[in-house]
Design a protein around this ligand. Sequence first.
Ligand code: NAP
Length: 867
Amino acid sequence: MNKPASVREQLDAVVVGAGFSGLYMLYRLRQLGLSVKVFDSAGDVGGTWYWNRYPGARCDIPTTDYTYSFDPELEKEWTWSEKYATQPEILDYLRFVADRHGLRSDIEFSTSVTSARWDEQEKRWRITTGRGKEIRCRYYIMATGCLSIPKPPDIEGAGRFAGQVYFTSRWPHEGADFTGQRVAVIGTGSSGIQSIPLIARQASRLTVFQRTANFSIPAHNGPAPADRLKRLGEDRDGYRHAARWSRGGIPIEPTDVLGVTASEAVRRERFEAAWAQGELFGILNVFADQGVNPASNDIVAEMIREKIRSIVKDPGTAEALCPKDHYFGTKRPCLDTGYFETYNLPHVLLVDLRKQPIISITEEGIETPDESFGFDAIVYATGFDAMTGALVAADVAGRDGLSLKEKWATGPSTYLGLMTAGFPNVFMLTGPGSPSVLSNMTVSIEQHVDWVAGCLEDMREERFETIEPTSLAESGWDQHVQDCAAITLHPTANSWYMGANVPGKPRVLLPYIGGVNAYRQACDEVVSQGYLGFRRTGPEGARCRDGVIRRMQPDVAMVLDLVAAMGMPPMDTLSAADARALMAATAAIRPPGPEVGEVTDGVIPVPAGDLPYRLYRPAVPPEGPRPLVVYFHGGGWVLGNLDSDDPLCRDLCQRSGAVVVSVNYRHAPEARFPAAALDAFAAVQWVDANAIELGGIPGQLAVAGWSAGANIATVACQLARDDGGPHISGQVLICPVVDSDMTRLSYQKNGDGYILTTALMRWFWDHYADPADRADPRAAPLHGNLDGLPPTCIVAADFDPLRDEGVAYARALEDVGVPVRLARARGHTHTSVTMVGVVISGAPVRAEIGAALRNFFAVRPTTEQIE
Ligand code: NAP
């Protein structure tokens, strides 16, 4: 029972946790001259390093990097003894830091915070501690760690065992002696993998119960890496700066080698180098695409499995130790010292729980369907309620009395992983939605602490008392965090990153996977934009610049960065011939798109001459005729050809199950308006008339196009309706040009910086049509008669200057009763949805297009539609 609150204290800030983050937070708050107290339930500083004292516990980020960087003098005074320091040494380090800066005087050990309540009247938090103290404070900072709440053993009979029970996460300070004992270890995550070889040295028999085989590489521990020491010696500031702006918080050169295209020799060389180096970020950087492309990931995974098979002598045990049910890196990979070798010892046995599950823990040991094992000790290395566990366990109730646990019942929601709406002045250090556990924690901790300290300093200067994110900013960030996750393989794994290790926990990627550098950039921008997305209040009123800091899909942003880095001249400054050459050059280096059953080229004889076409037939059964889709490429009526949209056509063919006929039409300026539109109509008529020869189903014909191709596709529909057919079952218009009015809001917002610019659109129009022709419905179909047009799917991309005319076309079609599906390409540009195999986040939009096409043919057109 908690003691009644008795002593009252007023403080500026309360920090919970005296680990890496809490200690540095205390240091910074003191620097600001704030009164502050840190509480920790442990008996000393150290956080995770206080509790996790199991044999073999070490960091697995090199000590050159797993260290504070805020104090250059500290860096001079402390020398790590190894590449990966042991838990006692890391604890000594944190004690050293606490003493050096006299931090202990503001820390209350063996004291937990039992509740925190927001007092809206006072604009303060009321904190109560387990020792009966009540504190009023302005700021409440949770430095509670990402892996601090052990997962309770969810195994039948766990409380019954009569022998010794140990948790790696709560190891006794006096240690454990397993000499001569029969020991069970349950769990083969980092804690299990580090402790198993050492427990095996003492135990008379060690039985490891493995549910999921884990990827691990040898740590090759020893002296700190010479190359890193050299770089630090030469330029410490430069090294630390590079770490802060790196993807993972360690300065490494990200590779651009793709696993899927690298030669076997390059693959092997890169993998062996990473294996020999023994660093987490090295093995995660063998290929640039291993985190997103299953085929590339499999190459690394298989090479690790080969290593395991070569180390472990018993083939059955080796096979059981080979991870096969998740992609490499999607569960936290481990670094080990002699882990796999341990299974070659005669007294060590592996029990594969997938084949031989635990029925129950008994008084004597562990019972499985095949065998009852007797033990003297059981070690649980079963992990943590990660990232959110410690935050929701603290009894925090915010503005409306809502607890964090209630608010996060369906998953955590944060702004920048730092704060959450409804909880004014509560800061989370390395909270969910920040890079945290996917990065070098020390770098991420320092960044968070510095951000919070800067924020409090700014508030003081600007005379604000409270700060809280808006729900718009928060939901925008949550979306961005999930967008970043969605393009990776991470969501496929049952990992603690996904909350999947705790029964009933919502399944969501908890950390931010966009990178330490991208994250730091976002945090900095929020500040430079006047604390965008935060509401700050004070005696002089409130200030809030509401908004979303990242609305673009992360892979689209990456493409834009790459394009910018290439320094290509703006297309609208080139001649048509040079622009075409540039487009062909970029098309030559992109992935080819999916395999389809058959691709054949031919020509369509139209009055103006022969139009080349390329036909794509789906690979999948059933055999026989298919619906037909006539497709027109993009390129502003000036650029493009059968090659330019080839990957997209393959994708459309595969997703729709239709025969796609991509038609090359005459281009401007050689053939100006209305040549392209007339060609499109003639091509549609020809494909309809030759449906059987093309392998199509007569009467099942749709049109599709992107950009200017969508323009002529829909013009063809208008002409077909007026000039005697053919019947068109539906039209797919991807980011269409439907009007020549360039004053819409989307032009103003997106007319610069997203590849298709206002200047380029003007250049296209100037090449294609005289100003006098630009309101002609065959140039601007929005101004045409829309009655009786076929069911329509329009894709409108957020960052496209043409977005609003696409939306206007959808609304106008709806107004005259045309069934319309408006597919919003959230976070996309005019070009990104079409970048098959490059922009992964475009896949859901293209899936929607495929579904729309299938739907056109599944539903029999009504008489009204035919008319
Ligand atoms: P973990 O990675 O979550 O591993 C827990 C292990 O226990 C897994 O093998 C899990 O199997 C197994 N397990 C859980 N419940 C089980 C059950 N009911 N029955 C059978 N097996 C069960 O936990 P951890 O090893 O403590 O590591 C957590 C994280 O802490 C690490 O990923 C790492 O980030 C950090 N850590 C770091 C270091 C270091 O720096 N060197 C050391 C230790 C920990 P499933 O995989 O099937 O769930």
